[in-house]
Design a protein around this ligand. Sequence first.
Ligand code: ARG
Length: 581
Amino acid sequence: MTLQQKLESRLATAVAAVLGEPAAAPVVPVADLRFGDYQSNAAMVLAKQRKTNPRALAGDIIGRLDLTGLATAEIAGPGFINFRVLPEAFAARAEALLRDERLGVPATGAGRTVVVDFSAPNVAKPMHVGHIRSTIIGDSLARVARFLGFNVIADNHIGDWGTQFGMILHGWKTLLDRDALTKDPIAELVRVYREINASAKADPAVMDLCKAELVKLQAGDPENLGIWQQCIDVSKQGLQKIYDRLDVRFDHWLGESYYNDRLPGLVDEFLAKGLARESDGAVCVFSDGAKKPEDDPFMVHKEGGWTDNPAIIRKADGGFLYATTDLATIQYRIDEWKADHVWYVVGVPQQLHFRQVFEAAERWGKRGDFRHVGFGSILGEDRKLMRTRSGENVGLTDVLEEAVERAAAVIAEKNPDLAPDEAAEIAETIGIGAVKFAELSQNRLTDYVFAWDRMLALQGDTAPYLQYSHVRIRSIFRKLEGPCDLSGQRVALGEDAEIHLVRMLTRFGEVVPSVLDDFRPNLLANYLLDLARAFHSFFEACPVLKAEEPARGSRLALCELTSRVLSKGLDLLGIRVPERM
Ligand code: ARG
């Protein structure tokens, strides 16, 4: 049990004794240590319900509270109960963590299946910075969920079907450069797409040719299907390289095209069940009037009044849409995968789309916990949307290349004696870690400014700082002669800096589950920074190898735990730790 859980259970017992019935009594960690380690507002909430005095109730609860060996408690302000954990309780917890592979993280997700829908770039269009955010955040959420014991299905719902293929097919047949395709398939497809797009805009005759290719593809023309398949294959290979480099993995790549066969039947079913109706030849899902208009995704406020804002699931020309595919996808995930949760890591601009799809799915009887995990934009240092010099969206590969190059320069300066191979490997780990951490340490909903120097700084709120902290701890162990088994080590805490380090170590088991409350990897990222700072203060205040026993063994154990929590925590963010740097 985490310290938080222990306090909650003891508090619950005391509350039940005072009130004569059980009641919810949550305990939360407090940020400001002057108030103690944990706090509960239970007395205030319960007093309000029962119309009694909160401070008096808090006093009664504390009177019944058995905190032996665990903490002290006091009333604060209008009726908060503040807990201060005893050093011996921290020490006992640290000893338990040394023997615990999970480092105190409970398996809160056991028995549940979650589909994480992330990355999902569009074939033949470059992966842009929005896809970077989705890829990095989604991968981290999948890692956290896996560690919490969820059955995680990471699904890359790539955009592999759509009107862009009219242009790509025409371009493939008229201006494809085979050598370039072999060298860098994604870049060549994007080039072809851009050129045809430009000429189609300028010349309606080209546009007509593209449309004709698209119609042939949709009708199942074998030649066009063959080309389409090749586009998908080379794009997937190109993407896989990026994912390998990023250390991101998927269990499935069920792109949009996977659901094509299901779409006609889905629309028929929606019509037959009265879930959708025809409007101007199109088939649409409308409001059912059950919600207030401001909460209804099928209503929109326009010109002073509420009007219909239906989701189209079949166009008048018979074509299907993004929403149709997403409904078929939900059906598959619920029926075939038995998903309890589906998390869509997609930019905020698609919010309305997901609200409509979730609501339509629910009416259709596909029940599950569907969440749109949105995020804002990445801005360049000029605070405008990030673009390359020629004004195009910045591709993910460019960002990674530049990060690794810059990391290599930093390493060459700090540690010029490293062998070139090792230096290159470390630069990769640091450069990519820096990009990921810069993303994950932000609140996902705010736009964030991409600043190279800030994200690579060794002294700052950065991945390199955390990686360096880990390296520094491992170097302590390298100085030891022979192996060192700390699993049964006794922990004795004297100095404030030691106690604070253990306080931070014990919070790991509380922070990791909290990441999923509102899908905020930044809670974990910022926790790791606090932990590293606590370690550095400890390391300055307390000698380790030069200390006498029993302090020496105890402090070594704290070093060991810190390095394990740092590396596990970074792993949950998808960031590797180098051995040296
Ligand atoms: N391909 C889409 C895009 O790039 C994202 C797909 C997200 N997933 C989904 N099930 N709709 O905008």
